[in-house]
Design a protein around this ligand. Structure first.
Ligand code: FAD
Length: 833
């Protein structure tokens, strides 16, 4: 066996095999795959093989789309038939809300070019008479969707990989990983059969690999232990049952093609044909997590016993939907481990803290995702970045604060939520509250309805004081939910008076030391601020796209305070640390401190915000302490509010006069009381994240993860004022070479009276051609209509262009505005007083 390779892939399931194949296809000719048992012996062998397109995420839809297209080419390449049945996929709706969900999904699907049709209950009945339709509202149908044989598609990928030079070695288990500074020494052991178990033999070896990819499926917890990191991928039990042949189906099939895969989301199941009978795959309540601390040696290609009682409701509802299935008996059952993560998406990308170590773990739709994952991960590894933004799948989106218990309970919840209504304003309840700021109970007592950001509880909006526990759940909608008016009132308060926003979740880093200035000058694309001043700036990828947005405060000549998005703390910290380590030899010693949990942040904003602060500021001359002269816009000062020392930064993400008040977290409750009391005289309102999100769109402020990401450069985000082309910085040449593929715009929408966009909708030119997509959406209190931000081809970005946006399955006018339609001159932000 070869012992020196460019890339070692660990795990021979669908995912690992696809990655090995795609690395070879991308041009790496020294790739090895190790599998501790047989290929497909993990979850892959017992998957039902469905390839559902449906997904609310732009990145994941691209991944699924790529898989489906790729699988269709495999037979020609390898001569192996993977049993790809393109039978279509019929997603039925029992309620109007479910139809709303499909309409939102459909406009997202359009942004990726995924084909679909709408069907009425009568049309369903006409095509598939075995389906009961009298209680349906309609359905969305994907003609190109279908199912495949999971083992066969894996074997076809393995054959394709071998043909491209990949070495596939079975019965070798990876037992250790050691980073030498230049490559990984991977300790492996030959596995042998003993009494039905697979056990380690005495035969060992070491593989030297420049890059390692782990795709270890249900063994992710062992992989995490070997690597000394956290991987919140823990399997949950998942069952499907196979019935005997259904005479009615056999009869129907004499004159018809195969049934499409049926999905009755409201009943929580999928059904497909299998040799004249049916496969029922339920996503029932109460499926337990398994193997929290690792897979026992005795568990190989095994299954758990069927728990029919747990899926009785779904079974009965299949009989309701397909009445002919009532009389057919059960032929077979499968109850296997299916890997999940706390948000249900896999973990794909660089491992936290490690070099050249890539994770591809936590796949719950791994057959569907394998092809696309291989393609995009290989792009990341061989070219530096994928063509789509993979941040939503990045392993570091989950913080290091997470525990096994958290991951297990959240993963059970993610399984349980596969078929719930995927409201964009959904907040999932498991494991909460967990990370709370000292003002949490006070906010709660004032009606806060909290969202969950990287584990933090953050107010989304302030609802009624006497709200029942179910208030937020019942307020959710694909249209304007029961919370909408609260957010409107909060947004108005900021525009007209003053609002106090809890922004404590922000990621905060101190960067200091003799190398700090030169490093940050190279690391970010804008000029560095002078001492006491701040700048908005971007760290770029090697491809010139946006990796992180920072507000940089220069505290001293060699010390900086960096503030970035709260949802991305570990993602940002890892990138910053690795870059600083790489550059220390060039620039000198650079110290990085993650101080996220040391500081709370309140953002106070609105024309009366200065008055509120003036009432509590302690200063030799309080009347002028916050004036433009002593505290200009885009500057920082250490001030004292009552007894609380505050690092105040004069910026406001809402685009009003305002300050961010960074304070010692342990003094937060005191500061909250102080500001609340002072604000009472000025009508100050507590304001949540939803209103803030709307307000920032009126100012065209780009949000990280929406307008800013690894698929667009800051120039494409139309932010040339924050890019200093007179200096050299990481990614500059690539950014310039990329040009402007599409450009960021803000639109005001003459839309429906009961709905706003969510930032996933497709945009069209007047002639009906698709020209881009929204990345943010909401309601503008300043303009009294819906607002959105997004990307279009440059020729459609001129101010005044009237585009069309698809919402609720209709096209609505969306007019491109100037950047910052509200207060374009920044007069209110700069107001003196
Ligand atoms: C009942 C059921 C039905 C399903 N139906 C579908 C479906 O219809 N569609 C769909 O898309 N998905 C489905 N899934 C999910 C799907 O099975 C998984 O998402 C997919 O198989 C994951 O593939 P993988 O390659 O990540 O993991 P696995 O297939 O589990 O492969 C991981 C491999 O890594 C090996 N390994 C682990 N540790 C080591 C080590 N240290 N050294 C060497 N090798 C190692 C293991 O032996 C294993 O072979 C279903 C799952 C279940 C349980």
């Amino acid at each position: 066996m070869k012992t020196h390779v460019k890339a070692l892939v660990v795990g021979g399931g669908a995912v690992g095999t696809s990655i090995a194949y795609h690395l070879a296809r991308a041009g790496w000719d020294d790739v090895m795959l190790l599998e501790r048992d047989e290929l497909t012996s993990g979850s892959t062998w017992h998957a039902a093989g469905l390839l559902p397109y449906f997904n609310m995420s732009f990145a994941t839809t691209h991944i699924h789309d790529h898989s489906i297209k790729f699988y269709k080419t495999l037979e020609e390449e390898t001569g192996l038939n993977a049993g790809f049945a393109v039978v279509g996929n019929l997603r039925m709706a029992q309620s109007d809300a479910r139809m709303d969900e499909y309409m939102l999904y459909a406009t997202t699907a359009e942004t990726c070019g995924v084909p679909f049709e709408w069907l009425t209950p009568a049309q369903i009945k006409e095509r598939w008479p075995l389906v009961r339709t009298d209680d349906l509202k309609g359905a969305i149908y994907h003609p190109t969707d279908g199912y495949i044989n999971p083992a066969d598609v894996t074997m076809a990928m393995a054959k394709g990989a071998r043909q491209r030079g990949v070495m596939i070695e079975r019965k070798w288990q990876v037992d250790s990983y050691t980073w030498t500074g230049a490559h990984w020494d991977v300790g492996i052991t030959k596995m042998v059969e003993k009494g039905g178990n697979l056990v380690p033999s005495e035969e060992t070896s070491v593989i030297h690999a420049e890059h390692v990819v782990t795709a270890t499926g249900n063994h992710a917890q062992r992989t995490a232990r070997l690597l000394g990191i956290k991987i919140p991928a823990i399997p949950v039990e998942h069952q499907f049952i196979v019935t005997e042949p259904d005479p009615a189906l056999l009869d129907y099939r004499k004159t018809h093609d195969q049934h499409p895969v049926l999905r009755d989301a409201d009943a929580k199941w999928y059904v497909r044909e299998e040799r004249g009978g049916w496969i029922l795959g339920p996503y029932e309540r109460g499926a337990p997590a398994r193997f929290e601390y690792g897979v026992p040696d005795s568990f190989r290609a095994d299954l758990f016993p069927l728990d029919l009682e747990r899926i009785e409701e779904e079974y009965m509802s299949m009989i309701h939907r397909i009445p002919s299935s009532e009389t057919v008996g059960l032929k077979d059952d499968f109850n296997g481990p299916i890997c999940y993560t706390p948000d249900g998406n896999p973990l794909v990308g660089p491992a936290p803290g490690l070099r050249n170590m890539w994770l591809a773990e936590g796949f719950s739709f791994g057959i569907t995702a394998a092809g696309g994952t291989g393609h995009y991960l290989a792009q990341m590894m061989t070219e530096g970045e994928a063509e789509i933004d993979m941040a939503s799948l990045d392993p570091k989106r989950f913080g290091s604060w997470q525990t096994t218990e958290y991951a297990a309970r959240k993963n059970e919840e993610a399984y349980d939520h596969v078929y719930v209504l995927h409201h964009p304003d959904e907040e999932r309840p498991a494991c909460r509250p967990l990370r709370t700021v000292p003002a949490y109970e006070r906010q709660k007592a004032r009606g806060a309805q909290f969202g969950h950001v990287n584990g933090w509880e953050r107010p989304n909006y302030f609802g009624p004081l006497d709200a029942p526990d179910s208030f937020d759940h019942d307020a959710r909608s694909f249209r304007r939910g029961g919370w909408w008016q609260y957010a409107v009132d909060e947004a108005k308060a900021v525009r007209e008076g003053a609002g106090l926003i809890d922004a404590s979740a922000f990621t905060k880093h101190i960067v200091k030391g003799p190398g700090a200035t030169a490093f940050l000058d190279w690391f970010t694309c804008n000029k560095l601020p002078k001492v006491g001043r701040i700048n908005l700036t971007y760290a770029l990828t090697d491809k010139g796209t946006t990796r992180t947005e920072y507000t940089i405060v220069r505290l001293t000549e060699d010390e900086y305070y960096l503030v970035s998005a709260g949802a991305w703390t570990d993602y940002d910290a890892d990138f910053l640390r690795k870059a600083a380590q790489d550059k220390a030899a060039d620039f000198g010693y650079i110290e990085i401190q993650n101080v996220t949990t040391q500081y709370g942040v309140f953002a106070i904003a609105g024309p009366k915000s200065r008055d509120v602060l003036n009432a509590v500021i302690k200063d030799a001359d309080p009347a002028t302490a916050l004036s433009n002269k002593r505290f200009p816009w885009l500057s920082m000062r250490d001030i004292e509010l009552g007894m609380c020392p505050v690092r105040a930064i004069r910026v406001a993400y809402t685009g009003e006069l305002g300050w961010e008040l960074h304070h010692p977290i342990e003094m937060q409750a005191y500061l909250f009381d102080l500001l609340e009391k002072a604000g009472a005289g000025h009508g100050m309102k507590l304001v949540g994240a939803r209103a803030q999100n709307w307000l920032r769109q009126e100012k065209s402020y780009r949000a990280f993860g929406n307008e800013l990401g690894r698929d667009a450069t800051p120039l494409e985000a139309d932010l040339p004022r924050f890019v200093d082309l007179s200096k050299d910085f990481n990614g500059k040449a690539a950014m310039q070479a990329t040009g402007i593929r599409s450009t960021c715009i803000t639109v005001l929408i003459d839309g429906p009276t009961d709905a706003d966009p969510w930032g996933r909708e497709a945009l069209y030119a007047q002639d009906g051609s698709r020209v881009g997509r929204l990345t943010s959406g909401g309601y503008s209190v300043a303009f009294g209509k819906s607002i959105g931000m997004g990307y279009v081809k440059p020729q459609h970005a001129a101010v005044g262009t009237v585009l069309k946006v698809r919402m609720l399955n209709k096209l609505w006018d969306a007019t491109v505005t100037e950047d910052s339609p509200y207060d374009p001159q920044n007069a209110t932000i700069r107001k003196d007083g």
